[in-house]
Design a protein around this ligand. Sequence first.
Ligand code: ACM
Length: 499
Amino acid sequence: MVLTLIPLPSSVTAAPGAFVLSPAARIVIVDGADAAASVLSDLLAHRCGLRPEVTTDDPAAGDIVLRATGADDEAYRLEVAERIEIAGADAGLFYGIQTLRQLLREDAGSWSIPQVSIVDAPRFAYRGVMLDVARTFFDVATVKAFIDRASSLKFNHLHLHLTDDQGWRLHIDSRPLLTEKASGTSVLGRPGGFYTKDDFREIIAYAAAHHMVVVPEIDLPGHTHAIGLAYPDVVEAPVMNDMLLAQSESLGQPLPAAGEPYQGWGVGHSSVRIHEDATWDFLRDVLGEVAEITPGDYLHIGGDECLGTPPADFDAFVERVTALTVELGKTPVAWHEAGSAVVAEGTVGQFWGSDTPSDEHIEHTRRFVERGGSVILSPSTRAYLDMKYTPEFPLGLSWAAVIDLETAYSWEPDAIVPGLDPAAILGIEGPLWAETLATLDDIDQLFFPRAAALAEIAWSSASAKDWNSFRARVGGLGPVWDAEGWGGHRPAEIDWSTP
Ligand code: ACM
């Protein structure tokens, strides 16, 4: 029997037989595993219709024991024998429960879990997914649903792309016109929207309960057309050069007009005014409030696709905005183009080039490490969750690549950027851009099953990676995702029948 575990744990020893979950089973918490008990209780209620008693009494056969350890890491142990025991610190207990979620099986009305002994810990500290709520606004409930899905695969960072040419999605008290005037639309006439500060706190708290850290992105200095609807003195007029005209023609979408919402998805035409004091007053206000509301260490300042910005101005901007971010108490994260500048010491670079990157992309990415920072890898030809699975797939784009499941699985982070010290790789992230997405079902179609491939690259050891093993395990997970009510694409090259 294939154990349908993704990401593959560090060590799995299966034994014959199974633990049968009886209605009399209790959740026994040891040394304060209360938060994990509530996660497990909700899982068993949802999947099995059982709400076991939670107790601190001595465990008996048939019980599920959650043992909190004092460790400060994400590792866990899971033993399934005559009783189940999960041991770990907070995050480890949560991940042990996610592993249990994948092992639970119903047979003739009875729930069981195969006997197994698992020892597990992640490869990378940063295991991220990104949701673009700027091109299409997704409400709080949808973001929470996205967190449910991502955290089940042991992703631990949620990068929210909160601002772009098409809309501004987070209320800023000192700059109220941003959401009043620049949040009303999404691409292609879809509805807009924004998060109040309370909404955003709710997302952060929900993410934290699922052991995910929110990384907010305010994309700068480009991707800023929407700001001009609210504070026109802060942005330049849209750039219109031959390249941008050709892009507009090939997309069949009009160029942006100053002061009008932009509902296409062309890039590179907008910039804040880099040398104006008013811009820096604005950025101090905005980034100050974003830093204040964000408990996580990271604040993403964008830096991508500034096609109309002179390179010297771009570098001056990046140097200053990363320094400002540090001054505000956060570690800046920036797309790899920002490596052309003298970024603040410790800035994290996010590589989004191809898996055969240009010399310039390599050079810019390495610069973050030379400045004491590290790198998140999001090679667009492998890790972009918004690329199509096949040329005919109805959702997604294909400007970087067509990415089938095997392509999403078959890459090694250490080999993407030549000359990058593997120790400088903080982790990987799968961005889900939302130009073609309207609903949670659309999100699921692009997320499942490719996010499972990325999860395994992020969590499991490089030596454990094996496509044939993965394809067997992912097939067995289809029924688990169905049982959770999570949809998604089920590519024909995988056998999706119950194991
Ligand atoms: C990007 O895809 N522009 C980061």
